[in-house]
Unconditional design. Structure first.
Length: 660
């Protein structure tokens, strides 16, 4: 049987439940482009040495080509030696030039070769390896002008051949030295060691805090720095120093780059934008050279801002191993540390950096005096999501049936980038059908496309389709009957993405802290699809693979990290490095005893078996509702929240609380 991945999809994933850090970002969909300013270092125009070298090579190549072509320009055709000797005896050869075993010459009267229409006046042939004593006598008898040249090359050619190897050695030495120093070209302009930062200058259309929504706390943190950049003397006279650096931490799509640009726009200062990966090259020392170049440029136009995106690519904690302690990345990091320490009191340069992996950054980079402030960008709450929607729908004609409040309520867990994508997908769907405005249906289609996946049509035979219907109906019914579970919003048996069926849940309100009861309810819903199949078919399928994986992960977190196990007690067991923004952990339990590992395995198994038993009994008491949900799914394929509630109210005689 093909592998069936019938998964429950939620707008708030239970696999990321432990994170109370969230994000919020948000750039206008009609954001005007920033104007890039010119660099004062480019005012001086001078031909770099490496261009002169290219010119020298071009001249030499031209001379060599001309010499070869001009020397041979009069030679028209190669002819057989026998034909040459025949023409000599007939008196048709005017001149002959002997050069080693090669013979060139000119006919008195043009001849045709092999009946071709092209007449040959000049010829070339090669002497035989045996001596032909009659040839010279025949040429003297016919009055042929005989010339002789050395078979050695001309003086120019000999000189050229002698010079070329030295030119190659010089070029190799020159380029290698430039690459190693990272200084190709005058002042590193256009060179290998030049920083690849993009410079922006403040204009009337620059990004400001008005273009950023959902990050009010982060903007408050930055207002003081903006005031310092605008009026540094007001702070200096009382002895205050500008913070050297500000680190933005948050999940992907939280608007870290946008917030940095808005900070520069509010302050009205030059802004240098560079990615951390652009400092790294295969040559040791190049990254450090680019760091120096970047900070030098920023100092020339102080006050200014430097923004290093994805700083974890060069700011990773340095290795303690001797063998790899001097690699390119470590040298680049050392140079950044030195540059941030080297600011003088009158240099108003602030370094902004962004990462979604703060757990791997070098401690020396995070200490006060370098990155003095850490700003966490959180997932937006409902009010912030509403503000973000208002920013992104600018310039989009909306139909009267579109409710931004309803969209904000339904998009729990969405980042600003995901909200921007939702608005764009809705606009694309409206344009696909040539609509004059974006209506609520377009947003519904866009939401399903992002959260549930793309519809793939008929992939299942009737029997598989019915099994998937029972699986998804089990998820839906459990979400209805269990009080602390998030209510179901939609259920579908149309294959989407990698799933053959989906059940969407949406919490009634934003959550930042999760109770044990709520987490157990999530486990119940996850196991309900498997239990429904077992109840109806007395058999299991691969359709619960994703549900089991997520339930196991959540159960392990409850037992090892959140102290929700009676056997283990209120302890937290380190399962390896865990990233709070990417939701990744190594799962390494090598630091705990074998006995504790056995306890964890026993607790995990006992918890999931109990969940399965309880949910099975719950569905067994409500088979009437389960069967009707399946019947409606087989007929309509997709059921909305209102239709689900209508089915439950018609076929259930007990309340939600009594069912538990």
């Amino acid at each position: 049987m093909a592998d069936i991945e019938s998964k429950k999809t939620e707008t708030e994933s239970t696999s990321h439940l432990p994170s109370s850090e969230s994000e919020g970002e948000h750039r206008s969909g009609s954001q005007p482009p920033d104007t890039r300013g010119s660099d004062p270092m480019k005012d001086k125009v001078e031909l770099p040495p490496f261009r002169l070298l290219h010119l020298a090579w071009l001249v030499l190549a031209t001379m060599l080509f001309s010499s070869l072509v001009l020397e041979r320009s009069e030679v028209d055709e190669n002819i057989p030696y026998s034909l040459f000797k025949k023409e000599v005896r007939s008196g048709n050869v005017r001149t002959v030039t002997l050069r080693g075993d090669s013979v060139t010459g000119e006919f008195r009267t043009a001849i045709d070769l092999g009946g071709e229409s092209v007449e040959v006046t000049h010829f070339k042939t090669r002497l035989l390896d045996i001596d032909d004593v009659d040839l010279l006598r025949d040429m003297e008898a016919q009055g042929v002008e005989v010339n002789s040249e050395s078979d050695e090359d001309s003086v120019f050619m000999r000189l050229l051949i002698a010079i070329i190897p030295w030119l190659l050695i010089f070029a190799l030495f020159y380029y290698s030295r430039r690459l190693m120093q990272g200084n190709m070209g005058v002042g590193k302009m256009g060179g290998f060691g030049q920083a690849k930062a993009e410079r922006y200058i403040h204009t009337a259309e620059a990004v400001t805090f008005d273009d950023v929504a959902g990050l009010e706390q982060a903007k408050e943190e930055l207002k003081e720095i903006i005031d310092y950049l605008k009026e540094p003397e007001r702070y200096r006279k009382i002895g205050a120093k500008v913070p050297r650096g500000v680190l933005f931490m948050g999940a992907p799509g939280t608007g870290k780059t946008l917030l940095a640009k808005a900070t520069a726009g509010e302050a009205g200062v030059p802004f240098f934008n560079v990615s951390g990966s652009e400092f790294v090259e295969m040559f040791v020392g190049v990254g450090a050279s680019r760091v120096r170049d970047l900070f030098d440029k920023a100092r020339e136009v102080t006050p200014s801002l430097i923004f290093i995106d994805e700083i974890d690519s060069i700011g990773r904690a340095r290795s303690s191993g001797i063998a790899i302690a001097n690699d390119e990345r470590d040298q680049t990091l050392n140079q950044i540390l030195a540059e941030m320490d080297g600011f003088s009191s009158d240099e108003t340069v602030v370094v902004l950096a962004a990462t979604n992996r703060p757990d791997i950054l070098d401690p020396a980079l995070l200490r006060p005096g370098r990155f003095d402030r850490k700003v966490t960008l959180e997932l937006p709450h409902r009010k912030a999501r509403l503000a973000i929607f208002k920013v992104h729908v600018r310039g989009h004609p909306l139909h009267d049936d579109v409710s931004l409040e309803a969209l904000a309520a339904r998009t729990v867990g969405f980042s600003g980038a995901e909200i921007a994508n939702l608005v764009n997908e809705a606009a694309l769907n409206a344009g696909r059908y040539n609509k004059s405005s974006i209506d609520a249906h377009d947003f519904e289609v866009a939401h399903d496309r992002i959260v549930l996946g793309i519809e793939y049509g008929e992939l299942l035979n009737p029997e598989e389709k019915k099994r998937i219907a029972y699986h998804e109906a089990g998820h839906t019914l459990a979400a209805l009957l269990i009080e602390e579970a998030d209510p179901p919003k939609k259920v579908s048996i149309i294959p989407r993405g990698r799933a053959l069926g989906v059940t969407e849940q949406a919490p009634a309100e934003d959550r930042h802290n999760y109770t044990q009861g709520y987490l157990c309810a999530q486990l119940d819903v996850l196991m309900a699809g498997r239990c429904a199949e077992k109840l109806v078919y007395d058999d299991l399928s691969t359709g619960a693979a994703d549900d089991l994986q997520r339930a196991t992960q959540l159960s392990r977190q409850m037992i090892t990290q959140w102290g929700m196990s009676k056997e283990l007690g209120p302890i937290s067991i380190d399962a390896g490095a865990h990233n709070p923004y990417l939701g990744q952990a190594s799962g390494d339990f090598s630091d705990i005893s074998e006995h504790t590992q056995e306890l964890i395995d026993d607790e995990l198994r006992a918890l999931l078996l109990k969940v399965e038993e309880d949910v099975y009994k719950l569905l067994e008491r409500n088979t009437l509702v389960l069967d009707e949900l399946v019947r409606q799914l087989m007929e309509h394929e997709t059921l909305e929240e209102k239709e689900i509630l209508d089915i439950y109210s018609q076929y259930s005689d007990i309340s939600l609380r009594q069912d538990q």
